[in-house]
Design a protein around this ligand. Sequence first.
Ligand SMILES: CC(C)(COP(=O)(O)OP(=O)(O)OC[C@H]1O[C@@H](n2cnc3c(N)ncnc32)[C@H](O)[C@@H]1OP(=O)(O)O)[C@@H](O)C(=O)NCCC(=O)NCCS
Length: 185
Amino acid sequence: MRRPTVFESLDKQPTLTGKSVKLRARRLEDAADEYRWRTDEELCRLDATTPFDNTFGEFFQRFSIEIEYPGLTYNFAIETPDGKHIGDCSLFHIDYLSDNAEIGIMIGERKYWDQGYGADAILTFLHHIFQLSDLNMIHLRTLDWNTRAQECFRKCGFEFCGKLIKEEHTFIIMGINRKKVLQTG
Ligand SMILES: CC(C)(COP(=O)(O)OP(=O)(O)OC[C@H]1O[C@@H](n2cnc3c(N)ncnc32)[C@H](O)[C@@H]1OP(=O)(O)O)[C@@H](O)C(=O)NCCC(=O)NCCS
């Protein structure tokens, strides 16, 4: 019998409760925050992306399509327990041959940096992914000078896997396997 794809296994998007964050499905009301973050030069520089340079209306149209048709990306919004939307995380680049995928995270609200929200969101997301899917390994990449991000990922149990040079950027690749995540309860 055919085994379910990762997206079939992860079909539902429950609200996931971590120690200090909640992960929930993204909704249209998140668009204004997302637009603010995606047009912020510092956030984009930290993420090696180019700031979105179109209007909010154009961004909203794209965001609504992504919510309706998520395609091959599995996204969650990150909230504090009192419901403040502070960031997002996603799973993408799923490789079915090696049971490997990539995650990305952004805490867009600066005043919530360095308080453990990022690490809690990642661990909550990883537990959910590994509990429901057959994926065996998750990678992420971050710029070689983004030491805050690397420290956050190291705290979560990610280990250095290599470097990737792409255009003018050098990325650090880090990875973690399902056994390591699931044995931490
Ligand atoms: C990277 C990011 C997701 C981390 O989330 P976070 O909630 O800030 O991270 P945490 O608080 O869980 O962990 C950060 C750790 O780095 C440490 N840190 C902060 N600045 C640092 C620096 N310049 N160098 C090394 N470590 C640093 C913090 O003290 C903390 O460690 P501690 O818990 O032992 O004190 C978040 O800061 C973010 O989205 N930043 C902006 C965008 C970005 O960097 N995007 C790239 C993601 S690949």
